[in-house]
Design a protein. Structure first.
Length: 289
């Protein structure tokens, strides 16, 4: 496999993917530019992994112009922050604009951009297909949409994949408690029909498996809804994990169902995406392979 550049390797999804590659004993060169070396990477000693500390853009520019010049290579970018703070999202958008300036003169790579299903917004019919018009209703969703547009400007010469990922177990504000990251009681919104929100989920291990498959086999480029096949109610998830919660009445019913159509993804990967709720939980928090 060509050299792999990972951006955003210190966050929840990025660090999960890096560990997945290490466990898979990948022999390809893995390049990880970071602004500041985190504790979990300081002890990492693997010949095929190059960690560069300092200005990320400077490192990417240097790699593009020297080590990776004229060598087909691949980029997976997890850079993002699931917040609706406007100033934080502006910083993220500017990061990608600067990245695009560096990469626009080089056509020898493919990019997997970890986007989000939040770009679709909330007032939409389900299941949501990839051609559905993006109408994000949050600052976070609007930021993800703008990043996709930045990459679209590069798509004429490069293979660009936008992974519109559903709820990742263990990373979002609701399910964070399942992995011990929340101590306060969860407030679960209930809707007019007496049910909780229903979402398309994916576990980190399945997401990592999908990313690696796209890197190795290069399916058709474009936008992909990335989730397991069947959605689940939030309340069922909490009950399965024996997590305490308190019910509150939702103030609007527009975002009760965010359900992704995954037919395109199923046609691109050879493995089963039909995971029951227990399997999703096991693969998320028990380090399943």
């Amino acid at each position: 496999m060509p050299p792999l550049l990972i951006l955003g390797s210190t966050g929840f999804l990025g660090s999960s993917f890096l560990q997945y590659l290490i466990n898979s004993k990948m022999e390809t060169d893995i390049i990880i530019p970071v602004r500041k070396l985190p504790v979990n990477l300081k002890s990492l000693k693997q010949k095929n992994i190059l960690i560069t500390e300092g200005d990320v853009f400077e490192k990417v520019r240097d790699l593009s112009q020297t080590k990776l010049k004229n060598i087909p290579y691949q980029i997976v970018t997890f850079v993002g922050n699931k917040t609706n703070a406007h100033d934080q999202q502006i910083k993220i958008i500017n990061f990608y604009k600067e990245l695009a300036k560096i990469l626009k003169h080089d056509s020898s790579y493919k990019i997997i951009n970890i986007s989000s299903s939040s770009i679709y917004g909330s007032e939409i019919e389900v299941p949501i297909e990839e051609h559905t018009q993006a109408q994000p209703s949050t600052v976070y969703g609007k930021s993800k949409k703008e990043v996709e547009e930045i990459f679209q400007d590069l798509a004429d010469l490069k293979k660009i994949y936008n992974f519109r990922v559903g709820n990742v177990l263990g990373s979002d504000s609701l399910t964070g408690q399942l992995s011990g990251k929340r101590s306060n009681l969860i407030r679960l919104e209930m809707y007019q029909d007496g049910k909780s929100a229903k979402r398309s989920f994916i576990d980190p291990n399945t997401l990592n498996q999908i990313i690696l498959h796209f890197l190795q086999f290069s399916p058709k480029s474009g936008n992909y809804n990335v989730a397991t096949e069947y959605p689940h109610y939030m309340e069922d998830l909490l009950l399965e994990c024996s997590v305490d919660y308190v019910k509150i009445q939702s103030k609007n019913n527009n975002n009760q169902y965010i359900i992704l159509d995954t037919k395109k993804l199923k046609g691109a990967v050879p493995f089963d995406l039909n995971l029951c709720l227990k399997e999703l939980i096991d693969r998320s928090f028990h380090n399943s392979e």
